[in-house]
Ligand binder design. Structure first.
Ligand code: SF4
Length: 298
């Protein structure tokens, strides 16, 4: 069976499989570790495996490679790309920096390595607030997610400018979605990811990253929840809370690029050691400085 073969290959090659919460359920079940971007970065930095099979999108595998340059990092499907990460280019950010030398560049982890290399610090949705709080007197440019940037600005009241990028699945959420589901499931708590627009976040009972949503639902006495992030998280929520009920805030909450990887792809990647991620050394070194700063501050 394919799963047994994957287990055998993992052992033989000293490999580890990391998967994001937005992956297909079968991938989450085959992974050694399932987490959000921050937890996966920590795993990638600390693992003693020789091979990391990264089940996520390209920027995640690239981040793992920067944090573990001596390891072989494989992305089972090369075309798993984050659409938000494609909304900012190296040349545009470089030009912005030249025009605005007084702005600190705070960069969401959902970016390619060349963008990270131009950044002062990297953040994830789990640690963005905690990290930005360290810079109350700085003028900040938050890239590339305008929604998370505006959420931080409204919460902290700092001087934060935002890049006009967004996550296409969270961007589509509306206040009406929240109203409809609250009517359908009265009493259910609404938990939403901060990549959603600010007006929608203002309707939530709790705003947090995938891991924070999972922790909140697990610790809460409430029995029913409306979830405003990718449907992949429902698998982990149900696994940890078999007696609680979870409803997706909108049927559009499914990132196609996060769903490209299947068990066969994981097997092929491991067996053939294919789709290896590489990052140019000069870019990796600069990006690493911004990532290390994130690790220290989070
Ligand atoms: S869910 Fe949004 S931010 Fe996450 S990988 Fe997909 S497009 Fe990118």
């Amino acid at each position: 069976m394919l799963i047994d073969e994957i287990k055998r290959l993992k052992k033989e090659k000293n490999a580890v499989i990391l998967a994001h919460f937005y992956q297909n359920a079968e991938i989450q079940d085959v992974a050694d570790f399932v987490g959000d971007s921050l937890a996966l970065s920590r795993q990638a930095a600390s693992t003693d495996a020789d091979i990391i099979v990264f089940c996520g999108v390209y920027f995640m595998a690239e981040t793992a490679k920067i944090l573990s340059p001596e390891k072989k990092v494989l992305l089972p499907k090369k075309n798993s790309l984050c659409r938000m990460a494609a909304m900012i280019s190296y040349d545009d950010l470089k030009e912005y920096k030249e025009d605005n030398p007084d702005r600190m560049i705070v960069t969401y982890v959902n970016t390619r390595a060349d963008i990270k290399s131009l950044s002062d610090v990297i953040v994830t949705s789990s640690n963005a607030e905690k990290i930005v709080k360290n810079f109350p007197d700085k003028k900040i440019m938050y890239v590339p997610d305008k929604n998370l940037g505006l959420y931080l600005k409204s919460k902290l009241g700092f001087d934060i400018d935002v890049w006009p990028g967004f996550c296409y699945i969270h961007e589509l959420l509306t206040i009406n979605d929240v109203k409809k589901l609250r009517n359908k499931y009265p009493g259910a708590l609404v938990l939403i990811h901060p990549e959603a627009p600010l007006q929608v976040l203002n309707e939530a009972d709790f705003v947090g990253s995938t891991k924070q949503i999972l922790d909140f639902a697990t610790k809460s006495d409430a029995q029913e929840f409306i979830i405003g992030t990718d449907e992949g998280i429902i698998h982990a929520l149900k696994k940890h809370n078999p007696d609680k009920k979870f409803h997706l805030l909108s049927s559009g909450l499914s990132c196609i690029n996060m769903k490209r990887i299947y068990v066969q792809d994981v097997y092929d990647a491991l067996a053939k050691e294919q789709h290896e991620i590489t990052v140019p050394k000069d870019i990796a070194l600069k990006a690493r400085v911004a990532l290390d700063r994130m690790m220290r501050l989070s």
